[in-house]
Design a binder for this molecule. Structure first.
Ligand SMILES: CC(C)(COP(=O)(O)OP(=O)(O)OC[C@H]1O[C@@H](n2cnc3c(N)ncnc32)[C@H](O)[C@@H]1OP(=O)(O)O)[C@@H](O)C(=O)NCCC(=O)NCCS
Length: 160
């Protein structure tokens, strides 16, 4: 764990380019979003968009979740700059995203993770998500994804 400090805050329209560029770096060779998709997310009233920034105001991590019907939350994307990984940034972003979901009365959070993405899966399992199914051909290149879920209401086991 580094002694560097990072601040987490909400993202908005002004962050579109920095967020899109970071997304490109995080998902290079897999499935980075188009700029307009990032812009749509950052301006959606249902989306909770968080960034982790250095003291120099550089965005080094981001997480976007969407509040869906029936008090469900969907983690749409999570990424940390390669130079800043294994410093706890993604864990903290997820903790804050869960807080945001709870404020919207979300009780169950779900996400998809590529079946080959062992690092991200380890992260999610470490913070309480569990694999609830496999989505065949979920990604546009044909890769399968694991569906992972977590109950964010204390004391309740995750239901499907
Ligand atoms: C996955 C990702 C978001 C993790 O970000 P991070 O800030 O490095 O994660 P954290 O530092 O909070 O990691 C917390 C724990 O998760 C696990 N973990 C995270 N990355 C891991 C890796 N590459 N391999 C194994 N375990 C990993 C570890 O248990 C880690 O704790 P430790 O460092 O004390 O061992 C980052 O690697 C990334 O942006 N990857 C590319 C994009 C991506 O795959 N996003 C997720 C898509 S579903």
């Amino acid at each position: 764990m580094s002694s560097a400090t990072f601040e987490i805050s909400f993202m908005g329209l002004a962050d579109v380019d920095a967020c899109w560029q970071l997304d490109q770096r995080c998902f290079e060779g897999t499935e980075a979003y188009e700029r307009r998709t990032i812009r749509d997310l950052l301006t959606s009233p249902e989306a909770i968009c968080l960034k982790s920034v250095t003291s120099d105001d550089e965005i080094v991590g981001f997480a976007i979740g969407v509040v869906e019907p029936e008090f469900r939350g969907h983690v749409v994307v999570l990424g940390v700059s390669p130079e800043f990984r294994r410093m706890g940034i993604a864990s903290e972003l997820m903790r804050r995203l869960e807080e945001g979901f709870r404020l919207h009365s979300v009780h169950l959070v779900h996400l998809e993770v590529r079946t080959t993405n062992d690092g991200a899966r380890a992260l999610y399992e470490g913070i309480g998500f569990r694999v609830a199914g496999r989505r065949l051909g979920y990604y546009t290149n044909g890769d399968d994804g694991y569906l992972m879920v977590k109950s964010v209401l204390e004391g309740r086991p995750a239901a499907e």
